[in-house]
Ligand binder design. Sequence first.
Ligand code: C2E
Ligand code: MG
Ligand code: MG
Ligand code: MG
Length: 286
Amino acid sequence: FSKQNGRNGFSFYFEDLNIDSKRVIVLDSELRKAIENRDFTLNFQPKVSTQLNKIVGLEALVRWESEKLGSVSPAEFIPYAEETGLIIPISEIVLEKACEDLAKLRLAGYSKISIAFNVSSIHFQQQNFLESIQKILEKNNTSAQNFEIEVTERTVMNNDSDTIRKLVRLKQLGFKLSIDDFGTGYSSLSYLVRFPLDYLKIDRSFIQHIVSLDDKQAVVDAIIQMAHRLNMQVIAEGVESVQQLNILREMGCDYIQGYYYSKPVSMDGLIEFLQLWEYEHQGEIE
Ligand code: C2E
Ligand code: MG
Ligand code: MG
Ligand code: MG
């Protein structure tokens, strides 16, 4: 990010985020309003074990319906929120909502499924990051054991003592840790050895053409072997077809996430999905 390149704030957002400058003005005020009203919801997408056909976890994905802009994709407003610092209050709202939805899930009888949430590197780098997370868990009477944290390569790129201290502390608290969008960053692999990560999520861009392209297959196969050698489990993102699923299963990929099983859905929709799944798979749910 190079703020100096822009003549002013707007031309900078304009260049880096590819948003029309008029839209940026509306986006900004709508986003601030949404934060004030806690006007975000979460959708959930199941993670399914390839060997056992078992649902082992969920990823929480933020959704925002703006009065003036309609539904805005997180792929648009999260990068903007990261640039403006609005990501911090948004992250806190997301975690609070995740706690509320977890309570719903437990009430529906699903006692072990964990919820993964995405943590922005901007939030992670905040000095009070750990405290802010712990405070929300305490307030909601829940604990880290129920959650996984997804960080991207951007977060672990700074191979420094502050990053390792925070990751080790998160592990001690009981969070499982995932590296998200693996393969899209430009960092070295040294962090994989240094940091206590549980899961590696292979980015959708590698999975997309895995059926037709041999070189994509080779890369995915190598990533899975490497992750296993490092005692990490592998999740494939964006699996849409049974052909993709079969290849990944054969390669020993541990978990699958994607439209093939389910699009991200509301907690109510998810509970229905789980009930149907239990019925069809005779109780194969954590
Ligand atoms: P991500 O964490 O890598 O999430 C996976 C994205 O892939 C989600 O997009 C999901 O809907 C989509 N997806 C899942 N399966 C499939 C599939 O089979 N096919 C296709 N085409 N797409 C699939 P979504 O929900 O639009 O989120 C986009 C990104 O926005 C996320 O990527 C994540 O980086 C960010 N994001 C979403 N929610 C949050 C949040 O609460 N906090 C933060 N910091 N970032 C978030
Ligand atoms: Mg994610
Ligand atoms: Mg991802
Ligand atoms: Mg991704």
